[in-house]
Design a protein around this ligand. Structure first.
Ligand SMILES: Cc1cc2nc3c(=O)[nH]c(=O)nc-3n(C[C@H](O)[C@H](O)[C@H](O)COP(=O)(O)OP(=O)(O)OC[C@H]3O[C@@H](n4cnc5c(N)ncnc54)[C@H](O)[C@@H]3O)c2cc1C
Length: 448
């Protein structure tokens, strides 16, 4: 289904006064995820317009899954029974400057929230590579941006409103619910339907973005910490060819003590003379402004602009998080696989993320480095490659991104996500019968 048809169908739903079945999807028009590599297993998609509608829908159905903006590459959001969309619940509920928080409906995307926040003089601490994703869906899988002092996007969540399997409304907050809250934020959609999210905000800030080309891998090896600490957010892009990081994206805050001095050379890399796409051959038209032009935080922190197709489009993605202290070893381990990796790769991205205390976050209690792969859309080939990469990264107890493709076994997941048993107990409290579980969750989280 193309984007226009998807929007048209949702527009029809929004106009409807009650929860609407979207049974109109003919088999030739099956609902797919953003990348198109996954066809959802049911066309029973309903859209809720209010918390009351969510409650009554949840009470009526024994099995369902909430669908966000469909940007996951695996079947974490899939259901063979029923899909519930919150897309039409996308308002700002409350901006509370004194508490430094904003509360939004769960269907809102970062692309919708950020210009509003900026117009009121506020900002979020960080953003992912694209603003098109729903806030609830992104936080549910611990989506992240870059910056060694920046936690993933879920770390900004200070409270959640959740409809449980029984149809009850539960409020969880960082201040009042301690451990249960830390377990619930990266919830993989398995605790209930998130209906509202409260996020920490700060004063709006201005960011400049500079890009450098051809950073020698030897410099990364010798100066990783200096490179990563040189600005607010650093992304290293490489296709693992020629022992080079092809592009270094540097996002710096224009504030005293934080501004980045854009010298013509950066650890041997050369300052770019025009805007670039992370995949150098592609047009930079859909990328955020570079060349040091100052701009609002939300127009520089993502790599891709709202209103354009982010990334490459027809692609697959995988990503692994390793403890920060093993960054260089892990990068070199992947580099040794370049002969296997490169033929199937569009681009890799290396980012840093601060530690957090969210149970299922890949950065749980460890400052992390993530190694990301944007693959050509060839699952048979990629599915053979992932075990090779996972084997090389196993000594670092690499944790896979929940929303991307991986082949790590459920047993291994239990060992590397050590709060999984606690998470299972927490899920049972809000969803004793497994109403919100699907094949992905049953296999990877609740098995054994
Ligand atoms: C082009 C592209 C770029 C990306 N860039 C990044 C990046 O920079 N960093 C990164 O970490 N990831 C990135 N991702 C991955 C993506 O951001 C995450 O996988 C994210 O979860 C997608 O959010 P979504 O709303 O589309 O989720 P969906 O795929 O729709 O759902 C994800 C999960 O959230 C649950 N969920 C959604 N809404 C609710 C709700 N209201 N209540 C309960 N559960 C809910 C679903 O049930 C499911 O389990 C990228 C993906 C794409 C396609």
């Amino acid at each position: 289904m193309n984007k226009r048809a998807f929007i048209r169908l949702f527009a029809a739903v929004i106009a409807s006064p009650v929860i609407s079945p979207l049974l109109a999807w003919a088999s030739k028009n099956k609902l797919k995820n953003w990348a198109g590599n996954l066809e959802y297993s049911t066309d029973r998609l309903y859209s809720a317009n209010s918390v009351e509608q969510v409650r009554s829908y949840v009470k009526k159905h024994s099995k369902l899954k909430v669908l966000g903006t469909r940007h996951c590459f695996n079947n974490i959001a899939d259901s063979t029974h029923n899909l519930l969309s919150m897309k039409s619940m996308d308002e700002v509920v409350a901006l509370e400057p004194e508490a430094h928080t904003v509360t939004v409906d769960a269907g809102m995307t970062y692309g919708q929230l950020c210009p509003y926040l900026h117009s009121k003089g506020f900002a979020l601490h960080n953003l992912a590579s694209l603003p098109h994703i729903s806030i609830a869906g992104a936080c549910s899988t611990a989506t992240h941006g870059s910056g060694e002092k920046n936690g993933n996007l879920a770390t900004a969540v200070s409270a959640l409103e959740l409809v449980t399997a029984a149809g009850e409304v539960v409020n969880l907050s960082r201040h009042q619910d301690g451990e249960a809250f830390q377990g619930a934020v990266v919830g993989l959609g398995s605790l209930g339907v998130i209906t509202k999210v409260t996020l920490d905000i700060q004063r709006a800030f201005i960011v400049r973005q500079h890009v450098y080309e051809n950073l020698p891998l030897a410099e990364v090896k010798d100066h990783f910490d200096a490179i990563e600490s040189s600005a607010y957010s650093i992304s290293l892009f490489t296709n693992w060819q020629k022992q080079l990081v092809s592009e270094v994206w540097i996002k710096s805050r224009v504030e005293e003590g934080q501004a980045f001095d854009a010298t013509p050379e950066f650890f041997g890399a050369k300052l770019a003379t025009k805007n670039l796409h992370p995949i150098a051959e592609l047009s930079a038209e859909n990328c955020t402004e570079q060349m040091g032009v100052p701009g609002p935080w939300y127009e520089r922190l993502p790599h891709f602009r709202m209103g354009f197709t982010p990334s490459a489009g027809k692609e697959l993605q995988s990503e692994y998080f390793v403890p920060r202290q093993h960054a260089v070893e892990a990068i070199l381990a992947v580099e040794r696989l370049r002969g296997h990796v490169s033929p199937h790769l569009m681009i890799s991205e290396i980012r840093t993320i601060a530690a957090d205390n969210l149970w299922l976050s890949p950065c749980y209690e460890q400052p992390s480095v993530s190694i990301h792969f944007t693959w050509k859309q060839d699952w048979p080939a990629v599915s053979k490659l992932l075990p090779l990469i996972e084997k090389e990264l196993a000594p670092f107890r690499a944790r896979p991104h929940w929303g991307k493709l991986f082949t790590v076994s459920p047993t291994e997941l239990k060992s590397i996500y050590r709060r999984l048993p606690d998470f299972i107990q927490l899920s049972k409290k809000y969803d004793p019968q497994g109403k919100f579980r699907n094949e992905f969750l049953s296999a990877n989280v609740f098995s054994g």
